[in-house]
Write a protein that binds this ligand. Structure first.
Ligand code: AMP
Length: 423
């Protein structure tokens, strides 16, 4: 892990505990907001199943070697148990006193939250109500908030919403072509996600150009298991590919992305699918996984694609080809939102590491004057970053995302401006 510093040597230094509670996982990091140093991090996954596990990484100052511990808890265990394990570890490492606040990633803030927000009873109730828009994510976020309030009763808790960065989208971008009452009475509109990641990489690109973010016009492609493209005008999100839920937009690991909504009627009326089966099909069995019938994992598919003797090589190639075409189409469509474009950003596990996907995408963007340098593209992987385009092209940057650091930094800024905490 980069920038992970000796934990027990840092106890007097203020830090933010960042919590990202998913439906079956908890990701956590203890970060010093000023330096971006991670003192401790970890992941609890497969929660409430027999495979539940928790892993914690930290340094001890004796030999400055990173320690990786896998908990010996007996599975299954839940979010609360995972967070209690984290708290015990923080106590054992003498790190609790360094924590000045908890920053929570919250997936859906609806139209209520465009900024980092100090969590109180009203905010919690609103996050709970917004669960109707994010039934898998917001309830898990509330579990994390409750568990942390119990464990750290005196510390401020801050919510950083995945949707917040996209609240600057204009009506023409966020409205669906549906009866307006569905928006007015039921909040059915496009919200967008991955906001923290798009915000972070846009900021980094602004730094690379030595320009204030407010003067930057960018398109960023966050390509991981979930994928989204965002167009940033004068530093603000003006459109993004995900919609009311993360299912809209480009094809992803297991999500279909955009389809003709008529397919849903066909599946139900002609093929006898239940609504639950349609949900599972579109969210968990489609995308790279559905087309390849092999894997949702880009790395696996690339390996199989290149191994021409593999029986599913052609199908892996097909899945990756459709994936890249859909990404390129989405990027090109966002030229409608801009009159100037400084460059394109790739981020997320695939965007940061797959030179094949980047090349295949950019090969289809010649009309926007994007052309990759093969050597730079090949060399920029596994943590390296920079511009991978040829000199005459618009810049194409690979930038590693760091949502945890944004959450820590924004939590710290909120506390400083509210004087709610001393940093
Ligand atoms: P994320 O959700 O951001 O962690 O990204 C996960 C995706 O990144 C998975 O599809 C991985 O296969 C993909 N990925 C990670 N490393 C590589 C790599 N070296 N080459 C291709 N894809 C990769």
């Amino acid at each position: 892990m980069s920038k992970q510093k000796s934990a027990s040597a840092q106890t007097s230094v203020t830090a933010i505990l960042v919590i990202n509670c998913g439906s079956s996982s908890v990701k956590f990091s203890l970060i010093q907001p000023r330096s971006g140093t991670t003192l401790l991090s970890g992941l609890a996954e497969c929660l409430t199943t027999p495979q539940a596990s928790i892993k914690v990484r930290y340094n001890v100052d004796i030999d400055n070697q990173e320690q990786v511990e896998t908990s010996t808890l007996v599975a299954p265990f839940d979010h609360q148990v995972a967070l209690n394990t984290l708290v015990n570890k923080l106590v054992q490492l003498n790190l609790v006193d360094s924590i000045v606040a908890i920053g929570h990633r919250v997936v859906h803030g609806g139209e209520h939250y465009a900024q980092p927000t100090l969590i109180n009873t009203t905010v919690k109730k609103t996050i709970e109500k917004l669960a109707k828009l994010a039934p898998l994510h917001n309830p898990a976020n509330i579990i994390g908030i409750n568990a942390c309030q119990q464990a750290f009763a005196t510390l401020p808790q801050v919510a950083i919403f995945d949707t917040a960065f996209h609240q600057s989208m204009p009506e023409k971008a966020y409205l669906y072509g549906l009866p307006i009452k569905l928006y007015q009475e039921h909040s059915i509109r496009r919200y967008g996600f991955h906001g923290t990641s798009h915000y972070f990489v846009a900021n980094q690109a602004a730094k690379l150009m030595s320009k204030p973010l407010e003067q930057c016009n960018l398109i960023s492609a966050h390509l991981g298991n979930g994928c989204s493209v965002t167009v940033i005008k004068n530093g603000q999100s003006v459109d993004t590919s995900m919609g009311m839920t993360p299912l809209e937009g480009i094809m992803m690991g297991t999500r279909s992305g955009d389809i003709d909504a008529g397919i849903i009627f066909h599946l139900v009326e002609q093929l006898g699918f239940s609504i639950e089966q349609v949900d599972t099909l579109l969210n968990k069995k489609s995308g790279l996984f559905g087309l390849s019938e092999l894997s949702n994992d880009c790395r696996t598919l690339e390996t199989v694609m290149l191994d021409k003797s593999h029986p599913q090589s052609a199908q892996a190639t097909l899945a990756l080809t459709v994936f890249c075409y859909r990404i390129a189409k989405s990027i090109a469509s966002f030229s409608a939102s801009l009159s100037e474009l400084d460059g394109l950003i790739f981020t997320g596990g695939i965007g940061e590491n797959s030179s094949w996907v980047r090349q295949e995408v950019v090969n289809q963007l010649g009309l926007l004057n994007f052309h990759l340098c093969e050597e730079k593209n090949q060399a920029t992987r596994f943590g390296s970053s920079g511009d991978i385009a040829i000199n005459t092209s618009r810049p194409c940057w690979v930038i590693g995302t760091n949502e945890e650091w944004v959450i820590a930094e924004q939590s710290a800024q909120l506390l400083t401006s509210n004087s709610a905490g001393k940093l």
